[in-house]
Write a new protein. Structure first.
Length: 152
């Protein structure tokens, strides 16, 4: 249903050319509770972190968001790869939704419909949040600089 809703709200062309597949699938995961069913926003992110850590073998086999932007990139592998793609999407989108807030998805859609790019809309929505970053919220490893993702 979320895929249909995105299509209805943004149109086929924007979905096909601007919205990364990881976001499309990540939004779907937030609604269908397929892998994580925690109703609390922060709890959902932490549960996705646990799943992501399992599928990445403790963060050793990371799948970057840039590698799963297209449908082909998202589904271009074996079952383990596709599950990791889903967990990566769930991790990122659940994190984003904490900061986007209750109206964040609507704000995001409005900005895209007003001509902003996906990236601009995504980051702007997150930055306008009233949620304050907490020391108790684990850092999203997908957002670490590349230099921090490797052993020195």
């Amino acid at each position: 249903m979320s895929h249909t809703e995105l299509l209805k709200r943004l149109g086929w062309w924007k979905i096909t050319t601007q919205v990364p597949q990881w976001f499309n699938e990540g939004i779907a995961l937030m609604l269908d509770n397929r892998f994580v069913s925690n109703p609390d926003r922060i709890g959902k992110y932490i549960d996705y972190m646990d799943e992501w850590l399992y599928y990445t073998r403790g963060g050793q086999e990371i799948l970057e968001l840039e590698n799963i932007q297209s449908v082909k990139g998202f589904f271009n592998g074996n079952q383990q790869y596709v599950m990791l793609a889903y967990m990566t999407s769930g991790l990122e989108v659940s994190y984003w939704l904490i900061f986007a807030g209750n109206n964040g998805f609507e704000i995001f859609l409005d900005q895209m419909n007003q001509g902003s790019s996906f990236s601009e809309s995504y980051h702007r929505t997150e930055q306008t949040s009233h949620f304050k970053r907490s020391k108790r919220l684990p850092v999203n490893p997908l957002r670490l600089p590349d230099s921090d993702k490797t052993d020195k």
